[in-house]
Design a binder for this molecule. Sequence first.
Ligand code: PGA
Length: 255
Amino acid sequence: MQVIIKKDYDEMSKLAAGMIAEVIRKKPRCVLGLATGSTPLGTYKELIRLHKKERLDFSQVVTFNLDEYVGLDPNHNQSYWYFMYQNLFKHINIRIENVHVPNGKAPDVEAYCAWYDGEIERAGGIDIQVLGIGGNGHIAFNEPGTALFSRTGWVVLDKRTIEDNARFFKRKADVPRYAISMGTGTILEAQRIILLATKESKADAIAASVEGPITANVPASALQLHPDCTFIVDKAAASKLCRKYGSTPKKLPRQ
Ligand code: PGA
């Protein structure tokens, strides 16, 4: 696991977008794993800028989103489909048929989730997965206590997640209690993973995920098992890390 500490949100976002753009340029028909939440917004803005100013081409790109609330229609203004459309998809030349966001209204959720995992496999697997992290250490909606190798399925949202997300709904009672979430095991199958975090409110979760034991109580700690995972964090989110993090050379330096 690599940790890159950036000065601020903008630098974090530019680096993340640059890493994603590199994958797209090398492999135009790549598969991106995408996240919602406030953290990746800057990364999406930069990808839009790269599309508009530097002709970054999304015409063959396939995407899979991590999660969606159960019961919300894609047109609901708090659905993750709506979020992705407003904040990324409508600004770039991606084909909507190449975009996958779990369907929160699927009639048979279990069969749907197995199909979703199958679609990722049929697309060739995720080349680069973007993740945020919850204050409780969740990735996607894999809340503390979720099996470390879970597959995509329906989950009960944690009390803290409901509180954290209440700001987006009129009333706390409107926050959905269930979601469909890509499983931690599914996420770990991505070729490459980048996890983004800013602000002090994420500092405990980052320290526990990077320097703590691998435990289902901190779902992001499972990322320690992944061979190519990079945490890109700002100084505030890194403030509770104890080890020193510098850049690791890509190749063994000449002896
Ligand atoms: P945030 O959410 O980016 O809005 O902080 C991240 C998450 O809960 O995974």
